[in-house]
Ligand binder design. Structure first.
Ligand code: SF4
Length: 73
């Protein structure tokens, strides 16, 4: 499976915290705030690829996006 090289959040997060529950090394959701990708998240991209994909898939409003090695972006 290709390695994740970039993760970002598009507009529309509803601050449900699901992504943080799945992968707190990468996603941070402060109460009432939009989700952010943590500053030091990139060092976890290779080890937490599965969790990142799961969070992107399970986000109720599908605003978690990621780019993989070999893909454009
Ligand atoms: S799972 Fe989606 S909606 Fe929920 S906090 Fe994360 S980015 Fe926001």
């Amino acid at each position: 499976m290709p390695c994740i090289k970039k993760v970002w959040i598009e507009e529309g997060c509803i601050s449900c915290s699901l992504c943080q529950d799945i992968c707190s090394d990468v996603f941070k959701v402060d109460p009432g705030m939009d989700c952010v990708v943590k500053e030091d998240a990139p060092r976890h991209f290779s080890s937490k690829g599965e969790e990142i994909r799961e969070a992107a898939q399970d986000c109720p409003v599908e605003v978690i996006k990621y780019a993989e090695d070999g893909a454009d972006g």
